[in-house]
Design a protein around this ligand. Structure first.
Ligand code: ATP
Ligand code: MG
Ligand code: FE
Length: 346
C-alpha cells in the first residue's frame, strides 16, 4: 500500500510517500524558518499562507522522486492535530480533496504519534514495548508504548516544553529562532564548571517536568553578568552550556526513573530536541549502564516531517482505519486518547 503523508501543523511543510512493502520511497520538506525568523517565532497567519503555496508543488515533487502518478497512491494521511488550526486546515483540506478526487481512503493522524514512531523509519527500529521521551517545541512527555495506539502517559511538563525553553533561552542570548541548535552550538565553547543551573523537579519522586524556572534562572544570570560588565561571548557560551547541561541532566534523570518504574529496556527519544547531541550521548551512556538501548530518528526526522505522518498513516490505513467523512483540524488533542487502529469490522 502506497500512502502519501502530509504534515502542516506548524512551520514545516512536509510531504512523503511510505510504501508498506518497500518502506519510505520519497520525502520532501520545505521549512518556513527563514520567514518567521524576522519575528522571533512562528506567525500563524503567515504559516498557513505559506503551506498553501508550497503544498501542491511538494506533492508533485515526491511523486516525481518515487516515479509515481497520483493514481498510483492507495491512501492519504495528514496531520490532524495538535498544531496551529489554520496551518492544519491547509493539510486537511488538501488531503480530503485529493483523496475524494482519487477515490482513495484518507486519515487524520496525531502529530505526536508521528514523532513517537519516527524511529520506526530507521534500519534498526525499536520493538514494542518501549518508553518514549517526546521532546519537541510544544511537548515534553514520557510515554509507555505497548503497541500502535497503546500509549500511557507517565509524566509531562507542567509548564514550558524543553524545546520552548531552548527557544526562549536562545532569544535571551540574542540567538536566532529556532534556538535549540543555536544554543547547542554556542554551548560547545562554554565552560561547564562556571555556572550550575537547577535541575527542576528532580529532588522529588515522579516523572513530571518543569522548565519555566530555568528560563528565569537564565535571565537572572545574564543580568548579573551584564551589570558586572562580563557579558562577553565567553559569558554567553558559559550560560548556554549551563542551560543545556541542566536540561539534559533533568531529562536523563527522568528517563532513568521511567525505565526503572516500567522495567523496560528500550528507550525511544523523538521530537526536535532529540536532535541534541549531548542529550543523545548522555542517554546512550545511561542506557548502556543498565543494559538498555536508546533509539532515535535520523536528524531530519527529529523535527517535523512528512515521513513520520506517512508511516503512521500507512500502518493505520493498512489495518482498515479511515475517516473519509470527517475533516479534522484539532489544535488540542491528547496522545493518550488514541486507540489501536479502528478496523471496519469494529
Ligand atoms: P510539537 O511537535 O510539540 O508540536 P514542534 O513541531 O514545533 O512542536 P519540533 O519541530 O518537533 O517541534 O521541534 C522543534 C524544537 O526542537 C524547537 O523548539 C527547537 O529549538 C528544538 N531543537 C531542534 N534541534 C535542537 C537541538 N539540536 N538541541 C535542542 N533543541 C533542538
Ligand atoms: Mg518546526
Ligand atoms: Fe513537531
Amino acid at each position: 500500500m502506497r500512502v502519501l503523508g502530509i504534515e502542516t501543523s506548524c512551520d514545516e511543510t512536509g510531504v512523503a510517500i511510505f510504501d508498506t512493502e518497500r518502506g519510505l520511497v520519497a520525502d520532501a520538506l520545505y521549512s518556513q524558518i527563514a520567514m518567521h525568523a524576522d519575528y522571533g517565532g512562528v506567525v500563524p497567519e503567515l504559516a498557513s499562507r505559506d503551506h498553501t503555496r508550497k503544498l501542491l508543488p511538494l506533492i508533485q515533487e515526491v511523486l516525481d522522486q518515487a516515479n509515481l502518478e497520483r493514481r498510483d497512491l492507495d491512501g492519504i494521511a495528514y496531520t490532524a492535530g495538535p498544531g496551529l488550526v489554520g496551518a492544519l486546515m491547509v493539510g486537511a483540506t488538501t488531503a480530503h480533496g485529493l483523496a475524494r478526487a482519487l477515490g482513495i481512503p484518507v486519515l487524520g493522524v496525531h502529530h505526536m504519534e508521528g514523532h513517537l514512531l519516527a524511529p520506526m523509519l530507521e534500519s534498526e527500529p525499536p520493538a514494542f514495548p518501549f518508553v518514549a521521551l517526546l521532546v519537541s517545541g510544544g511537548h515534553t512527555q514520557l510515554v509507555e508504548v505497548r503497541g500502535l495506539g497503546k500509549y500511557r502517559l507517565l509524566g509531562e511538563s507542567v509548564d514550558d516544553a524543553a524545546g520552548e525553553a531552548f527557544d526562549k533561552a536562545a532569544k535571551m542570548l540574542g540567538l536566532d529562532y529556532p534556538g535549540g541548535p543555536n544554543v547547542a552550538r554556542l554551548a560547545e565553547r562554554g565552560d561547564s564548571t562556571r555556572f550550575r543551573f537547577p535541575r527542576p523537579m528532580t529532588d522529588r519522586p515522579g516523572l513530571d517536568f518543569s522548565f519555566s524556572g530555568l528560563k528565569t534562572h537564565t535571565l537572572t544570570t545574564l543580568r548579573k553578568l551584564q551589570s558586572a560588565g562580563q557579558l562577553d561571548e565567553q559569558g554567553k557560551a558559559d550560560i548556554a552550556r549551563a542551560f543545556e547541561d541542566a536540561v539534559v541532566d533533568t531529562l536523563t534523570i527522568k528517563c532513568r526513573r521511567a525505565l526503572d518504574q516500567t522495567g523496560l529496556k528500550r528507550l525511544v527519544i523523538a521530537g526536535g530536541v532529540s536532535a541534541n547531541t549531548r542529550l543523545r550521548e548522555r542517554l546512550s551512556g545511561e542506557a548502556e549502564k543498565r543494559g538498555a538501548r536508546v533509539f532515535y530518528p535520523r536528524g531530519r526526522f527529529c523535527t517535523d516531517n512528512g515521513a513520520m505522518i506517512a508511516y503512521v498513516g500507512a500502518q493505520r490505513l493498512l489495518a482498515g482505519e479511515r475517516d473519509d467523512s470527517v475533516m479534522k483540524a484539532l489544535p488540542r488533542w491528547s496522545l493518550e486518547g488514541l486507540q489501536p487502529p479502528r478496523t471496519p469490522n469494529d
